[in-house]
Design a protein around this ligand. Sequence first.
Ligand code: HPA
Length: 252
Amino acid sequence: MHAIIGGSGLAKLADLKLERREVVRTPFGDPSCALSFGTIDGVDVVFLARHGYGHTIAPHQINYRANLWALHHVGATEVMAVATVGGIREDCGPGTLVVPDQIVDYTHGRKSTFFEGPDNPVTHVDFTQPYAEPIRERLLRGAAAAGEAVLAGACYGCTQGPRLETAAEIRRMERDGCDLVGMTGMPEAVLARELSLPYAVLAVVANHAAGLGDSRQAISIEAMGAVMEAAMLRARRVLAASLRDTQSAAAR
Ligand code: HPA
């Protein structure tokens, strides 16, 4: 079964034919919300709203472990996650859709592993390629099928939030090789990896990162809202087409 994690601007999946909701409890606490089960174009999907259905959970307060554990527990075999980001690289302006291929993690204090505690041997997962290539490729094929332009390949820098960055922090991230900046990409990606759940992200650029383009003086939260509304519609089309791609791949 396919799991979709929705971020800001995607607390509900309009295209999801909802069949049931299920509250899942986990050894790591409660997920952000009840899981929604249903179908999109006949494909089975489980959906989770990362910030809760009312968008009340800040990025640093999300229980990423419970979220990923719950999806795995109910039988998800892969995850497509949607994430809102700021654009650093010049071609990543507001409204751009991107399937990143790398991560730099600037977060701190988040619970970022399942492998801890007295009964757990220390385990180091390989994370050289943080996203699952087959899921990335499917998102890119879905985008092509839906006729939506999507950039392939970018480095996602994950900051702690919930505040936005300073201009100097963005300049540093640019020097570090980051193309996008968001607050929720980690530890979500590594926890999926620890569970051997293939995982990839469809990033939606809401704004120029701090100090860049029209965010030179400040980031306009209002402008972000308008951009997101249009861009999320396109992101949903990409997701639906990616799911259809799964189905046709299974039939091949
Ligand atoms: N920075 C961090 N996270 C974000 C941004 C940003 O500029 N825009 C949307 N999410």
